[in-house]
Each structure stands twice: as C-alpha cells, then as structure tokens.
Design a protein around this ligand. Structure first.
Ligand code: FES
Length: 221
C-alpha cells in the first residue's frame, strides 16, 4: 500500500518510484524518504515525501499465481497481438473480471507473465480509469459529472445516491454491494444526467428514477 503527501506519479517521479521499489525489496517494513526535483524550465523545486508501507509483515510483496483460467484467456489474447506487452491492458481486464480488482500481487503476476516490469504495467493500469487498483463493490456505479450532466443537475442526483447508500465518491457500502465513482462524459449528453450501473446506461436521471432502480435491484436479489 502506498501513501503519500504531495505526491504525483508521473514521468518526473519515475526515479523516485525506482527508489521506492528498491526499498520494498529490502527487509524494512516501512521506509520514508524525501527529495526535491526540478519541474521544467520554471525550476521550481518541490519537496515531496512518500511513505512506502509494506502492507503485510512479510518482507516483500510477491506475485500471486495466475489461475489456469486467467492464463488461458491471456494466452488467447496473445494470439491477437504482435507483441506480448501489447496485451497488458487486456490481461489486466481479464484479471479484474476474475478477481474483481487488480491487487499489487495480481499486477506483479501479470507483469511477470508478459515479461514487463511492474511499474511499466502499473502505468497502463493507472492510465485507464476502469482498471480498479483498490477493491470495489459488486456493483460499480460510474456517475458522469462532466459539463452537460452538471448543467442538468447531476450534483443533486449524486447527493441523492450518496444519501441513500451512505457513501461518497471513491467509497464502497459496508455490505460490499456498491462503489460510487465519478467518470468523465459517458457520451449521452443529450439525455443527461447519466450513469452506468450493472453495465447498463441510465439516462435522464431523477431522484425518483434512482429510487426505482434500487428498488428493482433489491427485488432481483
Ligand atoms: S456530460 Fe454526462 S454524458 Fe456527456
């Protein structure tokens, strides 16, 4: 698990990332370090502190073993691409389909399988906002908060969902049923506000429509 203060992972931080990985490989359970670096021509020095906490008492994180099913599906994807590394995103999607999310151990397993470094693959995982690097609920509500939805009152709908489920953006209900995440435009602006739930797009949302959707889901259980 990583925690940080004033920390952004970008190309400029890659050297720090390497240091962090080295630290994780040591027998130290937690390490803390700071550094300053230049930001472009402005040469504004920015000090950041990153704390690496190794989540378990084990000295190192280790890749888990991919299941036979996961390997079989990743192998199939490999037949469709000229290069193993090009399969990175599809492989992450496969792991997420089976495990619900992509843990560090899963990420390392996929990286090993594709002959990539873990931070190279993490760059792919964190670029695509539908790869979940933290546990999520059984149902992920992707709620559009872009401009058309905002103009059409999505804040009011989001507040209604939050109140009903007792969660804010980025949180999961205590029963593990729902996670609420903001997403950019879902491509249905003329029917805003819009959200995606259970793989289905829901449009022209109102508080009443939200209540109806949850009631229907509860009946199906
Ligand atoms: S802005 Fe929400 S669907 Fe386009």
């Amino acid at each position: 698990m990583w925690t940080g203060e004033d920390y952004e992972y970008d190309a400029e931080c890659s050297a720090m990332w390497e240091l962090a990985l080295q630290a994780m490989g040591s027998s130290t359970h937690a390490c803390r370090f700071s550094a300053s670096f230049d930001r472009g021509q402005a040469r504004s020095h920015r000090v950041f502190v990153m704390t690496a906490i190794i989540a378990t008492s084990a000295a190192r994180l280790a890749a888990r073993a991919l299941t036979a099913e996961e390997k079989h599906e990743i192998d199939h994807e490999m037949t469709l691409y000229p290069d193993k590394k090009a399969v990175g995103l599809e492989a992450l999607k496969i792991v997420q389909k089976h495990q619900g999310w992509v843990s560090d151990e899963s990420l390392m397993a996929v990286a090993d399988y594709l002959g990539m470094s873990a931070h190279e693959l993490d760059g792919v995982a964190t670029f695509f906002n539908l790869i979940f690097r933290r546990p999520v609920g059984k149902n992920v509500i992707l709620f559009c908060d872009s401009v058309s939805c905002w103009i059409m009152g999505c804040d009011r709908i989001k507040d209604h969902i939050s109140k009903r489920l007792g969660i804010d953006y980025g949180q999961t209900t205590a029963d593990g049923e729902y996670t609420l995440l903001p997403v950019p435009c879902l491509g249905d602006c003329d029917r805003a506000p819009v959200m995606l739930m259970d793989g289905e797009q829901h449009r022209n949302l109102t508080p009443e429509k939200i209540d109806q959707l949850f009631a229907e889901r509860a009946q199906k259980k």
